[in-house]
Design a protein around this ligand. Sequence first.
Ligand code: NAD
Ligand code: UFG
Length: 339
Amino acid sequence: MRIFVTGGAGYIGSHTLVQLLGAGHDLCVLDNFSNSSLEALRRVRQLTNRDFALVEADIRDTATLTEAMSGFAPDAVVHFAGLKAVGESGEKPLLYYDNNVTGSANLLAAMDTAGCRRIVFSSSATVYGEAQYLPFDEDHPIAPTNPYGRTKAMVEEMIRDWTAATDGASAALLRYFNPVGAHESGRIGEDPRDIPNNLMPFIAQVAVGRRAKLSVFGDDYETRDGTGERDYIHVVDLAAAHSAALEYCARTEGCEAINVGTGRGITVMEMVAAYEEACGHAIAAEIAPRRPGDVASSYAATAKAARLLNWHAERGVDAMCESSWRWQSTNSEGYGEKA
Ligand code: NAD
Ligand code: UFG
């Protein structure tokens, strides 16, 4: 397949490129490098021994996007490009609506011009908001609690309407739970620009000595040990879900939202213990107040992914921590330190 990948230089994108190139697909990557580096793409080429087209551009630049897409003539689009920091989305909502929603509208218009009718979109479990029941299945009400989540919910609706209006169109809205870990080589991984917001990169930076200690946000939740519980999904399993979703879109028409998770919750303290095992030393952690907006538990119903995509997560928490540690310990400054 010829696949046009927006945001392919990012954390999930770079791992998915390795998967898609390994499966023999031909790719064109479009990224504005607002939250990623060229070095990640250099390493993807090195790992796979394959090349791909690269366009440095913004999805809001309609002319460049349309020209790049029409020139490449893809069979399908995988759409990762987006801003993803929940806190920042509250401070700069218009930036998030412009980047994520306007950018996605441009993308669908460019697909129309190029005659491309298949899309796999990076949505998020954050669209569900507060759990009315668990596990979250795809029919759970949609009620995001922050602007970032609302951009994802809006783009889902936009893609659903576009699919209904476009003959032969097919879309998979992948609702990721909590992606963590790295490629087993340790050559690519998650490289947050600022202080990490998320648990796993924060633990990794404490483990490698970049930060003094982890703050555990709350130990009085209704969970096994009182700390927050999430459905962490290995990024390599998540990458494989994109291959499965592309195959699904090639054989179906219509638009489906599909959870991508393991179905199992892991608490903060369980994750700390697993990481200590992987890195071989203690991780300093102290209990801190709850983080506003956090929920006690979140985990996925996985039956729909199994049924439609014939996909399920294969890697457990040990593989998540081991691969994260391999990446972090050999690239302590992320891609900033060229290895
Ligand atoms: P990331 O920031 O590492 O990757 C996003 C990529 O998109 C970056 O390379 C960035 O430079 C690029 N980009 C952003 N805006 C762009 C624009 N306007 N034009 C062109 N390129 C642009 O993030 P990630 O963790 O790899 O996430 C990928 C997608 O998955 C995002 O849409 C994100 O919202 C979604 N998602 C991520 C998580 C998570 O926890 N990582 C969870 C659920 C959903
Ligand atoms: N946590 C800490 N200390 C930290 C960071 C996190 O204790 O320094 C805790 C949180 O309180 C929570 C758990 O670790 O209980 C996971 O927190 P993350 O920030 O890693 O993940 P979230 O589930 O809060 O949110 C993530 C992404 C969102 C996405 C959501 C989808 O950040 O963008 O998953 O499920 F929408």
